[in-house]
Design a protein around this ligand. Structure first.
Ligand code: NAD
Length: 507
């Protein structure tokens, strides 16, 4: 825990939300929320005590008794109001996000907007939470299903999308009739809390949404809590695997969306200019801190000649604070992230990769203390090198070569991760082969960051995901509900008696 400085001691505190009240934590453990472009302390976030976490779960448990029976139209209307409030406050939300996380203002608006899409989806819950009915499955017998809420659900979110990912979770959980305890990232909780305030303003009743802050202890307490029925996690593979094992051992449903190493295949027939733009945007945008960032490009055949053009394109990107107009690459979230990324670049050099473009220590006038790394490109990269094996989570693109598409597909499928991927080509046949044979959750065809809209669900293969069902879309309705199947026969006085039936057949 970083000790509060004298400036930090004056910084505002981030509140907990328990039982409909925004309250000051009684904890003695606090962490500073720091602007990554300036190192200014923006706020202090508490690491909630065990009693506070219990109180949040208890309030959600109590609220569930009435919320689960609240009319589906009443639930939907809260999210209609909520989407309007988010739109009205978009500029303020984006500014908060940029201040504490570093991404550029337009990208921060994108972060909020991709979450807003899920709120809009939650507003159509009436169409999503429909059961099924089969008429006359036997004489006078109907079978139908109810999709009933589970109870108290919990969500644990990462630093890199502090608006979108909380909005992946609590709107759909609450719209389906559950109550919720959210544990945002301790690195940038302020925009999340502003979104939570707006959700309460939209009419979410007291106790239906609760927020606790903290780190490992808070997460473990939620995974273990006897009254929590489901845990949704987004973050690193290491923590997500721990959360999945701990929550499922405690008998809960769990879905964990985790780390990535996203590869793009570039075929020589691709539109060159569009492809170079797409690669640069997807590798270096958000300073590479996206789970769907393209961090490996597999250049096939003559596309390997494009390296100088790619380097030239990357050099055109402007590194600066996210608040400055025209910035392409903002700072990394923390000093720790900066030294980790710089360390991995050093290891890439030491392990024999060719550094085509070195983005370390860029000059950023006015923001000399910022956590900046500019676009960095390595070629000649191989599995076994740290720069390939690890998720760098910085603006670093590694290049590998392949002779043909089959070799490229095989290479990608051999990587443990399966979050996102893309192919750049003008060949429909090549694209179709790719979509059929690649073992990755999100697949882009000339689309570098194919994050699905909420009509679909976010997915993930292999080490990038644990749990069967994804966040948002139709899958999350199944995740947050229990299907109950009713088989019913109604008698009236004229119904002929079949006598005693000692078989399993419905007559
Ligand atoms: P992280 O795993 O460090 O933190 C995620 C959450 O877990 C935070 O709320 C944090 O407080 C908590 N946490 C941290 N250490 C913990 C521990 N030891 N025990 C229990 N809880 C702990 O992840 P991050 O650095 O915030 O986010 C970046 C990671 O998230 C990257 O790996 C990225 O790929 C991944 N991510 C994945 C997706 C996806 O959909 N697959 C989306 C966004 C981010």
């Amino acid at each position: 825990m970083n000790a509060p400085t004298s400036v930090a001691a004056l910084a505002p505190t981030v509140k907990l939300l328990i039982g409909g009240q925004f309250v000051e934590s009684k904890t003695t453990e606090w962490r500073d929320v720091v602007n990554p472009a300036t190192q200014e302390v923006l706020a202090r976030v508490p690491f909630a005590t065990a009693e506070e976490i219990d109180a949040a779960v208890a309030s959600a448990q109590e609220a569930f008794k009435t919320w689960r029976k609240t009319a589906i139209g009443a639930r939907a209307r809260i999210f209609l109001k909520y989407q309007q409030l988010i739109r009205e406050n978009m500029a303020e939300l984006a500014a908060l996000l940029t201040a504490e996380q570093g991404k550029t203002l337009p990208d921060a608006e994108g972060d909020v907007f991709r979450g807003l899409e899920v709120v809009e989806h939650a507003a159509s819950i009436g169409n999503l939470q429909l059961g099924e009915l089969a008429n006359n499955v036997a004489g006078g017998v109907d079978t139908y299903t109810l999709l009933q809420p589970l109870g108290v659900c919990a969500g644990i979110t990462p630093f890199n999308f502090p608006a979108m990912i909380p909005l992946w979770m609590f709107p759909m959980a609450i719209a389906t009739g559950n109550t919720f305890v959210l544990k945002p990232s301790e690195q940038d909780p302020m925009v999340t809390m502003r979104l939570v305030e707006l959700a309460m303003e939209a009419g979410i009743p007291a106790g239906v949404l609760n927020v606790v802050h903290g780190g490992e202890m808070a997460v473990n307490a939620l995974c273990d809590h006897k009254d929590i029925k489901a845990v949704s996690f987004v973050g690193s593979t290491k923590v997500g695997t721990h959360v999945y094992n701990r929550a499922t051992l405690a008998g809960k449903r769990a879905q964990c969306m985790m780390g990535a190493k996203n590869h793009a295949i570039v075929l020589p027939d691709a539109n060159k200019e569009q492809t170079l733009n797409a690669l640069a945007g997807a590798a270096f945008g958000a300073a590479g801190q996206r789970c769907m960032a393209l961090s490996v490009a597999v250049l096939v055949g003559e596309a390997q000649q494009w390296i100088p053009d790619l380097v030239a394109k990357a050099k055109t990107l402007k590194v600066n604070a996210g608040t400055e107009t025209g910035t392409d690459v903002g700072p990394l979230v923390s000093c720790a992230a900066l030294s980790r990324v710089e360390g991995l670049i050093e290891r890439g050099i030491a392990e024999g990769a060719k550094l085509e473009l070195d983005g370390r220590k860029p000059q950023v006038p006015g923001y000399e203390k910022g956590n900046f790394v500019g676009p960095t490109i390595f070629s000649g990269v191989k599995p076994g090198m740290s720069i390939y094996d690890q998720e760098v989570f910085g603006p670093v693109l590694v290049l590998v070569g392949a002779d043909h598409i089959d070799e490229a597909i095989e290479f990608i499928n051999a990587n443990p991760n399966g979050n996102g991927t893309a192919i750049f080509t003008q060949s429909g046949a090549a694209a179709r082969k790719f979509q059929e044979d690649i073992d990755v959750g999100q697949v882009g065809i000339n689309v570098p960051i194919p994050v699905p809209v909420p009509l679909f669900s976010f997915t993930g293969s292999r080490a990038s995901k644990l749990g069967d069902l994804g966040p948002y879309g139709k899958q999350v309705v199944m995740f947050y509900t229990q299907t109950k199947t009713i088989t019913a026969r109604w008698f009236d006085d004229s119904t002929t008696s079949h006598g005693v039936n000692t078989t399993i057949s419905l007559k």
